[in-house]
Design a protein around this ligand. Sequence first.
Ligand SMILES: [Zn+2]
Length: 297
Amino acid sequence: MTTGIVYDPIYLEHRIGTHVESHSRLIAIMDLLNEKKLFENKNFKLIKPRKANLDQIKYVHEESLINEVKEVSKLAEKTGHIQSLDLDTSVSAKTYEASLYSVGGNLQGLDEILKGNIDNCFATVRPPGHHSNSYKCAGFCIFNNIAVAAEYLFREKDIKRVALIDWDCHHGNGTSDIFYNNSKSENSDVVMFNSHQDGRTLYPGSGFIDEIGDGRGKGKMINFPMPPRAADDVISIFFDEIVSPVLNEFKPEFILISAGFDTHWTDHLTGMGWTYQAPANYLKKIKTIAKKYSKNR
Ligand SMILES: [Zn+2]
């Protein structure tokens, strides 16, 4: 099995000072992968991203949001100062450009999978996206990478059923909002599993069990809020009792994951009790479903 790793130094150019969503996250990841000589191993392949085009960004975002990111990036360039889209979402001169490559990195990864060059893929990209909805960037996020990726599969690749799994410590409220009534593409079906620290104790304060989707999406939005300090075992229970039975019925053709790692017990912004083993165990279980229904994708 070959795993693609999407990366390009353009992702370091979304450079927002001392902000916690720092470019140094990606430097640390790539340094470790290089130290482990990962790219000399034939089971891994470095994937160079491309730029997503504006029609693709518009699959999920309003033009006003796209223009705002573009204009604020220009302002950052002109003034030489970091600008803000909201209290915690910052923009540098290259944010707009990096954001197009962030989405495009996901699309390139999907293409490589569909061409059979790799089996699955990890997108080491930034800026992140899961808090941005159709009309508003929020929570360190610019374009919603995973939402555009799902719509790309529906609109350009004839895929009908995509499962979204968001295991970031914060509720993926932007992605949930975009797919709350399911995909707007005809004959396309999304089921989304959100696991996160209880919204009563953490940003963005949503993702409760009664948020189940609406219209064509009713029952397909699944939220699993976890109490602060919850340990590794909770996610295995969620998979065994909820994710697995639902996916065995849904039979996804593709599984896309928002893989945040801020559930770790040492994270300063959150209050969970996970070790690194929790997402590893969860992924191992998810891969059994991918093997069964979605050609390991
Ligand atoms: Zn997070």
